[in-house]
Structure formats: C-alpha cells, structure tokens
Design a protein around this ligand. Structure first.
Ligand SMILES: Cc1ncc(COP(=O)(O)O)c(C=O)c1O
Length: 398
C-alpha cells in the first residue's frame, strides 16, 4: 500500500496535557483575553528566550508590524532584508515608508550573513531584518557588530527559529527586536495563529501595551468613581515625540495558556526534528545531487528540511513531479524571491542583486517535515527520493 506524505499545514499533534490546559483555560479564563494566562506566557517566554521584555500578539506578522512602527521610519530610510524569505518579513517596513533593499543569502546556509548584508548598507540604512529561515540562526554576533558600529537597528525574524541558539543565546535575544510566529506550521503553535515580540529596550516595552491594544491607557491621576469620566482612557502611544497608531493585536487567553504549556516541550520537539533531519541527510550521503545544510548543533531547529538539487531546474521539477505522481510524496518549492512578486514590483522593489537567493530558489526542494510525520511516512519519503534519484541517474546514462 502506498503511503501518502503531505506537506501538511499542521506541524504537530497536541499532548493530552496540552489539551487539558486548553480545556481548563476555556472554563476558567476571565476575561478570555489579556488576563493571567497572557502574563504567565510572557513571563515564561522571557525566561525561555532570555530577552528582557516579551509581548504576546495574534501572529508573527503583527509582531513585525509593531517592530516596523517602533523603528520610527522616515521617507528615505532604507531597510535591508533577504529577498529569500516570507513576505511579512518585508512589507510592514514598506508600509511605514521605508525603501526596501534586498540582501543576498549565503549559498551554503541559505540565510543572509554579515558580508551579504554589508554589501548593501548605505548611510541611509536604518534597520536590518535578519531572518533565521528554515530554523537556522544567522551569524548574529557578526551582524550585531556590523549594525552597532553604524547605529543600525536590528530586527530578528525568528518566526521559524524558536529555541535555536548560538552559544546558549537564543534566536530573538540578540537584536533590538525579536519576532516569533506560532502559526499552524511552526514547531510551537497556539492553535494555528499566535506570535510574540521581544524587545531589548524599556522605552519600547513601555508603549507596546498601548500600541497592541487600541491606545488604551489609564487616566492621569486618581478618579473619584471608577466609571467617570469613562472606563478607560485612550491616547496615542508616543516614542521620541512621534505619535504611533495603535490597533488591536492581542492574543486570546486559551492560546496563551497553550503556548506557555508547549514551551515545556519545544526544545524536545526541536531535538527530535534535528535528529530526524540529520538521519535523513546522512542517508543521502551517496547522492551528491542533493545538497542539504547539515547542522548538528542547536543552532538549527530544522523547522523545515530543504535541499538544493544540483543540476538543471528541469531536473528539480522532474524530481518533485515524480515524487508526487509516482509516490504521493508532496515536496514543495518555497520562498519565491520577494522582488519577483507583483506586490513588490508595484512598490518599485522589483530589482535585486541576489544571485545566491535566485539560484537557491530555482533549485530548492522542501521536503515534508512536520513534527507529526510518522516513521512510516518518513521512511516512505526516504525510499521514494532514493528511487527517483536512481531513475534520474539511469536515464542520464542512456
Ligand atoms: C520567516 C517568517 N516571517 C514571518 C512569518 C509570519 O508569521 P505569521 O504567519 O504568524 O503571521 C512567518 C510565518 O508564517 C515566517 O515563516
């Protein structure tokens, strides 16, 4: 019988304890948003990540939107980010008036590094967005040194890299801002949507609650009655004398309860994924057609398992087509260079000098790699890939 292996949109199965926590929060939480479960998740996340301040939000995109606002962008400011990433690493900065500048990736690690970033810095660069794509932490010590030298802010898009670290410093704890996603596909997911923003400086932390929740704040001074002049005050959050527009980015209590509980096992999930990824990679040691990024340390959490197929683009497409048609194993191709999308072309950011990003995208294969992939699915995928590669080799000989 054929085992179908889907590139599932869902990363994991919840444990009975996690389900019990959700049920408990459904019964107990009062209010159902912005209560004790949120406070507990934020405190636990701070301890986990090592960032001084952490704020739950409804998804990673909301965290990027908040970070973009807090960078106080002005027309002419340039924001550097890799072209090989998910769209919301970039567009919040364009929305707030920045000129986007695409940095190339390193061909081996598939993330930007200090050299590829330095190559596109100008005196107008205000922010660098570093993306720990696939779950691999970019070279943050070198990137932070480069940024600090020039007074540039650093946003770490750690949406895919929860729990990955360099020398014990977690992804998201290096930069001025750290952004996490708890989307359905991630190694930690709060029922499909969720996110966290970490910040280093208190001046940001002081205004995020207002920015996150409609500009709500206390009235100045004592009120004689709790309902006069109104239940709560509303004002603009201000940073360096600039007014910022608030919205509602809050995450519900049930999601927060689950997120806090899941933090207890996210490092074990990362470890299991890393062990499986390394075993998969090593089982293709005799197939140089597939170039994986092999990292045995906790610097990679293997949120995703991607390879470059050496050879023509046609060969890559033939591989994916056969895997799907002959074996029901659905590999995908991810992270269309952002400059190729009409969205960015219409904004005037359609040009990029990023040969490694273009090359990687044109040859990449992303294997199904959700945590709840069964041993049978994993083995079926391994056997299918070897069989297709063998067939391609045989055809090449003829
Ligand atoms: C690298 C990266 N940045 C940003 C996001 C946006 O996160 P969300 O889907 O939670 O809004 C995602 C994930 O979806 C992502 O993978």
């Amino acid at each position: 019988m054929r085992t179908t292996v889907n590139f599932s949109g869902r990363s994991l199965d919840y444990s009975e304890e996690e389900i019990a926590v959700v049920v408990e929060a459904m019964r107990d939480a009062d209010p159902l948003t912005q209560g004790r479960y949120r406070d507990a998740f934020e405190k636990k996340f701070r301890d986990f990540c090592g960032a001084p301040h952490a704020f739950t939000v409804m998804n990673g995109t909301a965290a990027l939107e908040l970070a973009a606002q807090l960078c106080l962008l002005a027309p002419g400011d340039e924001v550097v980010m890799p072209s090989h990433t998910f769209t919301s690493s970039a567009y919040p900065f364009a929305r707030h008036g920045a000129t986007l500048v695409w940095a190339d990736i390193d061909a081996q690690t598939r993330v930007a590094n200090a050299e590829t970033i330095a190559a596109v810095l100008t005196p107008r660069t205000k922010v660098i967005v570093v993306v720990h794509l696939y779950g691999y932490v970019a070279d943050m010590p070198a990137i932070m040194a480069l940024a600090r030298e020039r007074g540039i802010l650093v946003v770490e898009d750690a949406c895919q890299a929860i729990g990955a670290d360099i020398g014990g410093v977690m992804a998201g704890a290096f930069g001025d801002f750290g952004v996490f996603s708890f989307h359905s596909h991630k190694n930690l997911t709060t029922l499909g949507e969720g996110g966290m923003l970490t910040v280093r400086e208190k001046r940001y932390a002081d205004i995020i609650p207002m920015l996150r929740h409609n500009g709500h704040c206390p009235f100045p001074g004592e009120r004689a009655d709790y309902w006069i002049p109104a239940m709560g005050n509303v004002d603009f959050p201000e940073l360096d004398g600039r007014r910022l527009w608030p919205a509602n980015y809050c995450l519900g209590e049930v999601e927060c309860a689950l997120g806090a509980k899941q933090l207890d096992r996210v490092l074990a999930i990362n470890e299991e994924k890393r062990r499986k990824a390394l075993a998969f990679i090593d089982s293709f040691a005799d197939y140089p057609e597939l170039a994986f990024h092999r990292v045995s340390s906790t610097r990679h959490n293997y949120h995703l398992l991607a390879a470059r197929m050496n050879g023509s683009v046609g060969r890559r497409d033939d591989f994916i087509r056969r895997m799907s048609a002959d074996f029901d194993v659905r590999c995908v191709v991810q992270y269309y260079p952002l400059n190729r999308y009409p969205f960015y072309q219409k904004l005037g950011f359609g040009r990029a000098d990023c040969p490694a990003a273009d090359d990687f995208f044109d040859h990449m294969i992303s294997f199904p790699f959700q945590h709840n992939l069964s041993d049978a699915e994993y083995e079926a995928m391994r056997v299918a890939a070897r069989t297709v590669l063998d067939a391609q080799r045989d055809e090449k000989k003829q």
